[in-house]
Design a protein around this ligand. Structure first.
Ligand SMILES: Cc1ncc(COP(=O)(O)O)c(C=O)c1O
Length: 344
């Protein structure tokens, strides 16, 4: 194996093993799903033997997660907040009428995926990490519309490159009020494939123009909702402001940053954010596992012929400090007093 860590992007690089567990079930007379997950197993086989009528393929019964392991400054492997990802996947499973993967089993599968692929954990200071993509799919063959009772859970590891191979830099977003990613009472709060498929028309249109896509709320198209596949953050004075919305994914990165921000003395506010309030933020950014924080330099609102700019096009000092504080915990450079990292 010979990987040039610094030239890896955010794309799939095959590792030796994936980890897999299977659930076979049935519903009892009260509609309760009964059944058991098999012990997670590492396998070199990257293909699933899936029936063409599996509910994942026919009806989109599918959920996924994304989390990372970091090689710390001390050389140790740290997995970041995997229990939080396990719990979020349980909520997604409930949202799509699937069997939840218990936290113990989820964490066991992630640890196994790391240990079996330890050579793929990038060295410290390359900026690269080992990303895990847990995936839960319905495998029951069905043609009649309805949920299945059998599921596959897999963990797909892949080393991924640094999000900022050059330097920490700003991005530009364009607002799309014409395509909704998720409905207010729909599946936006779950990490399920359908939300992403529904967003591609808007995100790809933005990419063709050289931008990322900012979604507004589907009901009124006046509040900031999701920033492509990340949560929005606005900074005004000592306020850290982030959207409260039933159609955005509760980001684990955002949750971590909110905790750090409170500790730094920020007032953390979660509420609806009108698009027009963008003019009041000194700094803006979006956050997620992939980038931690991606500072936003500009937001274009084509429907209102408005361009919002933040700072001088360079990442602002407050988001830079928050970014560094979280990375310091992830790389073991700062004390992890929240117990977010598990050393494996
Ligand atoms: C739609 C969406 N929002 C937000 C996030 C950020 O979530 P997290 O910080 O847990 O990666 C992601 C990425 O997982 C996402 O896909």
């Amino acid at each position: 194996m010979n990987i040039d860590w610094s030239s890896l992007g955010f794309h799939y690089t095959e590792t030796d093993y994936i980890v897999r567990s299977t659930f076979h079930g049935h519903r009892d007379e009260k509609g309760q799903l009964m059944g058991q997950w098999s012990e997670p197993e590492a396998t070199r086989d990257k293909y699933l033997h899936l029936h063409v009528s599996a509910t994942a393929l026919q009806y989109g019964q599918e959920a996924f997660e994304g989390l990372k392991a970091f090689r710390g400054v001390d050389g140790q492997a740290r997995i970041f907040r995997m229990q939080a990802n396990a719990e979020r996947m349980q909520r997604s499973a409930e949202g799509l009428y699937m069997a939840p993967v218990p936290t113990d089993l989820f964490c066991k599968a992630i640890r196994l995926a790391l240990v079996k692929n330890i050579d793929y954990l990038p060295p410290y200071e390359t900026g690269a990490t080992l990303y895990f993509r847990p995936l839960l799919i319905g495998s029951t063959p069905r043609l009649g519309v309805g949920p299945g009772v059998d599921f596959e859970f897999v963990v797909i590891p892949s080393p991924i490159g640094p999000y900022y191979p050059g330097k920490f830099h700003c991005t530009t977003f364009i607002i799309n009020n014409h395509i909704d990613r998720a409905a207010p009472l729909g599946t936006g709060q779950f990490k399920v494939g359908g939300n992403y498929a529904a967003s591609f028309r808007a995100t790809e249109a933005a990419h063709l123009q050289g931008y990322d896509c900012m979604f507004t709320d589907a009901k009124t198209h006046s509040f900031i909702d999701e920033c492509s596949a990340s949560n929005f953050i606005g900074i005004r004075g000592n306020q850290y402001i982030t959207p409260r919305s039933s159609s955005i994914l509760p980001s684990i990165t955002n949750d971590s940053l909110m905790t750090i921000a409170r500790e730094m003395g920020y007032e953390v506010i979660r509420r609806e954010i009108p698009v027009s309030e963008l003019s009041e933020f000194e700094e803006a950014g979006c956050c997620g596992t992939a980038c931690v924080i991606s500072p936003i330099g500009k937001v274009i609102d084509p429907d209102n012929d408005t361009v919002y700019t933040f700072g001088n096009g360079e990442p602002g000092p407050k988001l830079t400090e928050l970014y560094q504080a979280l990375q310091d915990i992830q790389y073991g450079r700062a004390r992890d007093h929240h117990g977010w990292c598990e050393i494996v």
